[in-house]
Design a protein around this ligand. Sequence first.
Ligand code: KG4
Ligand code: ZN
Length: 386
Amino acid sequence: MVILAIETSCDETAVSLVEAEGTFPDARYKILGDALFSQIDIHREYGGVFPAVAKREHAKTLVPMLEQALNAAGLSETPTLPLEHATQKEVEALLEREYDLKDALLAFYASHGKPPVDLIAVTHGPGLEPTLWVGINFAQALGKLWGVKVLGINHMEGHIFSSLFQSDRIAPIEFPALTLLISGGHTEIVLMRDFGSYELVGQTRDDAVGEAFDKVARMLGLPYPGGPEISKRAEARRSAGKVAETAFPRPMLGTNDCDFSFSGLKTAVLYHLKDRDITDHARDEIAQAFEDAVADVLVGKVKRAIEETGAKTLVLGGGVSANTHIRRRFTELKEREYPDLGLYLPPARLTTDNAVMIALAAYARKDELAHSLTADGNLSVSSKTA
Ligand code: KG4
Ligand code: ZN
């Protein structure tokens, strides 16, 4: 079957077309089309994502993304230009064009006798509710037009699937599996006893780890999103053999649970910076010291969760799992302490938000009945506590 997936939970407008066949979890996937427009350049001048601006941009960009994806998949007759080779001017022209997508899609229907897709999947949370609604309404309109089922998919479940995706299949993992979900809005450890069964083991009590990266970057005068900027600076020091001189606290590392807290760490950086010159040297050094503290806490809590649950597999997911130092620390944890643990890190292309991951997760849920869709900014992937 061909799945059309739509992702608009934050600042990436993404549409993918994925063909899937076989019985999940032994299914085979083929990415037919994957169109993504990142709003990062637009939000950078505000220092973060502005929901109203994000909503407007999603509304503007969804139709061209759908066209891109349909064309890449050979499922539409209207030629458009491949975004990756387009100049900024051409992209702008594309976004401003007037579309008659309805006619194009109906023409497809008329010539093929069926809609171009068999299932529509859309992120319905967690994320920014105004932007989630843009995707949901778009998905529902297409569903009505084509008479195709629309399923709401949890964004965090999508991140788990993207970490497990191996070119054409979902890795055959051993359960129980732990997933560490680290993104701009989430920091949680979730226990999976099977696909679709998620139990919360621990979570942040305040800021998400990506949020802490972004806030610390802002304190250092670095642009949004802060994660990649901090990582670049910290890695430059590490590859020069330098060790951080500053030691920031490791919040909640010693507590008898798997919860996190990152707001204290952020405040510690703020106090450290008070009455100091923020030189380039200070930026690099603090970036490294901050990453060291974050990685210690993440690794420490995951270790505790492995001991408590007897997990056989560890999956890292979410935007922050792109971080080189965090990936290295978890690779070392496996090699040194848990050689039998299956460790899954997302491929670089799928670490940040995308619509392929929504299609992957949707195929596992393809037999679910269509349900009424509402945007839920706080939608949780886990129902109960382990
Ligand atoms: O999953 P994601 O793309 O969006 C959400 O669902 O939130 O995650 C975005 C977050 C941002 O906070 C960004 O700073 C962080 O992921 N991030 C990183 C890196 N790349 C992205 N954090 C640390 N190191 C990175 N290399
Ligand atoms: Zn995400």
